[in-house]
Write a protein that binds this ligand. Structure first.
Ligand SMILES: O=C(O)CCC(=O)C(=O)O
Ligand SMILES: [Fe+2]
Length: 323
């Protein structure tokens, strides 16, 4: 799953970087075949509408696949991999939980504000910043030349000064911390880990021909004071081939989770272009549905059942002929 250049970093080295610098980054950490597999698990061209499954939703210029653990064994394996758990075990000194995760694809443009991820929520609303330790993990699933992850040097040590703010403006950061901005334009397969208390963002970009795909997950040291902290983890039981008390605890078995899946989406979070493209996609299906309902209106229900019986009979006869 991981290349040696990541595995060769000892867990203590990584944890040391996280505690001192607030981040750790390593290029070509995730093997290509795992990245390819994630793209096979997720069809970014298929947006959920009356589909009885988990899948992709859109908000503005970002496509999100949130419930990875329900529909991508590869992401499940990465999120529960030994190396990740080892890092968490050494970094945290109390129980920790996977509090959110998603794969997202940003395209054409993006402007994320500077922020920290130590958020306490009530429903989908941010209500306060918390002081639980936590780690944000990012895997670049495409080469990142634009829209790179950015981190303010040592900000995990002083970001509490801005706990009253939801975001920090670009102007404020440019004025006060311009020289502290670290940017991570790196190759596909890169892993970046950072302290959730560090101030970070994805660098704004505008380019109709560019997109960036990322696997992100967050692990927080959720103490008994914060019962309910985190998004629900919908897990496909088929994937649970490594279940140990450690993994169960990390995934939050039996632990309440009160936050809705991120992002909170609806047709209204799509761009007008997206909605238009969707209408085009829906047209043949709408015609199909109309035809079906017209035929149903014209023919008695019994006729339908009889047609189905005849078709079934023909199918059986054909099958029997083959043997
Ligand atoms: O995509 C990135 O570079 C950062 C994402 C991030 O900070 C977030 O979603 O909270
Ligand atoms: Fe963030």
């Amino acid at each position: 799953m991981y290349h040696l250049n990541f595995l060769n970093f000892s867990t203590s080295q990584i944890v040391n970087d996280l505690k001192n610098k607030g981040y750790f980054a390593c290029e070509s950490a995730l093997e290509e075949e795992y990245i390819d597999q994630i793209f096979q698990d997720i069809d970014f061209n298929n947006i959920l509408i009356n589909t009885n499954d988990v899948g992709v939703v859109i908000t503005q210029n970002i496509k999100f696949f949130t419930h990875c653990l329900a529909s991508s064994k590869t992401t499940y394996d990465i999120l529960t991999s030994r190396k990740i758990l080892d890092i968490c075990n050494e970094y945290f000194d109390d129980d920790y939980k996977l509090t959110n995760h998603r794969v997202y694809q940003v395209y054409k443009s993006g402007h994320m504000p500077w922020h920290t991820d130590n958020n306490l929520q009530s429903g989908k609303q941010l209500v306060a910043k918390h002081n639980m330790p936590g780690l944000l993990f990012l895997f670049y699933l495409s080469d990142v030349t634009k829209n790179a992850f950015q981190y303010l040097k040592y900000s995990h040590k002083w970001s509490y000064k801005y706990d009253g703010e939801i975001y920090l403006t670009d102007t404020f950061i440019d004025k006060n911390y311009k020289n502290d901005i670290l940017s991570f334009p790196m190759k596909k397969g890169t892993i970046i880990i950072c302290d959730i208390h560090g101030i970070h963002r994805a660098e704004p970009f505008k380019d109709d021909n560019y997109s960036r795909t990322t696997l992100l997950f967050q692990v927080d040291q959720v103490g008994s004071k914060y019962i309910g902290h985190g998004e629900k983890n919908l897990v496909n039981t088929e994937y649970l081939d490594n279940l140990t008390p450690e993994v169960m605890d990390y995934l939050g078995f039996g632990f309440p989770r009160k936050y809705p899946a991120f992002p909170s989406s609806s047709v209204a979070t799509m761009t007008p272009q997206n909605i238009l493209a969707l209408q085009k996609q829906l047209l043949p299906q709408t015609i199909q549905a109309l035809t079906k309902s017209l035929v149903k209106y014209l023919l008695p229900a019994e006729t339908f059942i009889n047609i189905k019986r005849i078709l079934w009979d023909l199918k059986l006869k054909n099958k029997n002929k083959q043997f």
